[in-house]
Ligand binder design. Structure first.
Ligand code: UDP
Length: 428
């Protein structure tokens, strides 16, 4: 299909740059989602422009990922890393920059897919200004998040207002799990259209190595019990629960454990404090000898770590979806996850892994012990069931096809009469 025949779609992710390295500072699932959805949509015939905020003067303004998919970095606010709670004041400038980009390129986006609440606000302005239709994915709900944190940021009220307004005015909200949809209805609003389309994963990359190969490559003893965490270093990820759970197994005399805690930046970056905190708990519990912090796991090695593990643990306090769980499952590795949010959708207890109450290190210790004590055949069968579930429900190709169908339907539907957008602070 030539570029001119392709339908243009804008994916907007103000704070989650789809072109940067994943796993450090705040870069995580949202960045992966936008990038993978974008690339898969381009393969399906769309012309995909992914807009994000330029967070470093050295970054290229445009990164071409494939002939029909690119990341466009707009200057809105300082060209440096700004934590997501402080980005909203630059959202109005971001809107202006998109309009400017449209003018210069001659492209007008009739549909925008926004990600996270800051981008939701941007999409709502584009709807007001030029009638763009809006699809929105939350990635995290303020209503859920603020229930579990002790200090509520100043931006909370604005965030909650925007989250409610976008649910009531967007053409479609994409919930990534049935659990997320229930939360939206219970906590945000009874009005608005919600479609359930899950997150996906690369089923070709994950699952391409056997356990024996992976362990050889990483220099891990084939007989040791490998327990793996992958993700950002953020207190809400519950890494402490995992460390304390493994500490209990050690006290009970469990031998030959390898605990691998992957992800995170070097000291001095925004997630360094949590990494220091976790490392000090590991030291306090006398677990330094068998705990490894390999740092951020890049594209070349991540799949090898998943394949090498006996079990992958996702101890988050809350997770709207949780990509790590399906990446491990795609790799044939059972998952023990917190019994919350999207993890209740991806992990099928007793079949593809186990669920345990969040923050409950005793329950996590029991669950890890149970998986490690399974016979090799039972463990392998659990891994096979996990892989099958991902192949059936969570491939990026399948997810992008569902999103593409949704966009097509929405683009065909008549231009909506101007939607009553709740008054928002116009200067963000
Ligand atoms: N990730 C990575 N390398 C790391 C740590 C994390 O590539 O060292 C990726 C991980 O594979 C997953 C994403 O970051 O794709 C995390 O997504 P998830 O939905 O699990 O959590 P979030 O970061 O959105 O809270």
């Amino acid at each position: 299909m030539s570029t001119s025949n392709r339908k243009h779609i804008a994916l907007i992710s103000v704070h989650g740059d789809p072109a940067i390295e994943i796993g450090k500072e705040e870069a995580g699932g949202q960045n992966v989602y936008v990038r993978q959805v974008g690339e898969a949509l381009a393969k399906l015939g769309w012309q995909v422009d992914m807009f994000t905020r330029k967070a470093n003067a050295e970054q290229a303004a445009i990164v071409q990922h494939s002939p029909n998919c690119r990341t466009i970095r707009l200057v809105a606010g300082p060209e440096e890393f700004v934590p997501r709670d402080n980005i909203f004041p630059y959202a109005a400038e971001f809107v202006e920059q998109i309009l400017e980009f449209q003018k210069e390129s001659g492209i007008k986006y009739s549909l925008v897919h926004t990600n996270y609440w800051i981008s939701a606000w941007v999409g709502m302005q584009l709807k007001k200004i030029q009638g763009s239709k809006q699809v929105h994915t939350y990635h995290s709900l303020g209503y859920v998040k603020y229930k579990s944190v002790s200090t509520i940021p100043l931006i909370a009220k604005t965030r909650l207002d925007v989250e409610k307004a976008v649910l009531e005015t967007a053409e479609s909200i994409v919930a990534t799990s049935p659990q997320e949809k229930v939360h939206m209805r219970q906590l945000v609003s009874k009005q608005g259209n919600i479609d359930i389309i899950p997150c996906g994963t690369d089923i070709h990359r994950f699952g391409s190595a056997t356990r024996a190969q992976a362990r050889q490559e990483l220099g891990i003893d084939p007989k040791s019990a490998v327990i793996l965490y992958v993700g950002r270093f953020d207190p809400r990820k519950g890494i402490e629960t995992l460390v304390r759970a493994v500490g209990q197994l050690q006290l009970r005399g469990k031998k030959d454990i390898n605990l691998i805690i992957g992800g995170g930046s070097r000291p001095g970056q925004s997630d360094g404090m949590e990494r220091d905190r976790i490392e000090s708990i590991v030291a306090e519990l006398g677990m330094t000898d068998f705990t490894i912090f390999p740092g951020r796991l890049g594209d070349e090695t991540l799949h090898t770590y998943y394949a090498a593990a006996d079990v992958c643990v996702v101890p988050s306090h809350y997770e709207p979806f949780g990509l790590v769980a399906i990446e491990a499952m795609a790799s044939g590795t059972p998952v023990i996850a917190s019994d919350v949010g999207g993890l209740q959708f991806t992990v099928v207890p007793e079949e593809t892994g186990l669920l345990a109450p969040p923050k409950d290190d005793v329950a996590f210790a029991q669950a890890i012990d149970r998986i490690l004590s399974l016979s090799p055949t039972d463990k392998e069968n659990m891994g096979i069931a996990a892989r099958k579930r991902v192949e059936k429900l969570f491939s990026w190709e399948g997810v992008a096809a569902q999103l593409g169908d949704l966009y097509t339907d929405l683009m065909k539907s008549k231009v909506p009469t101007p939607t009553p957008v709740k008054p928002q602070p116009v200067s963000a």
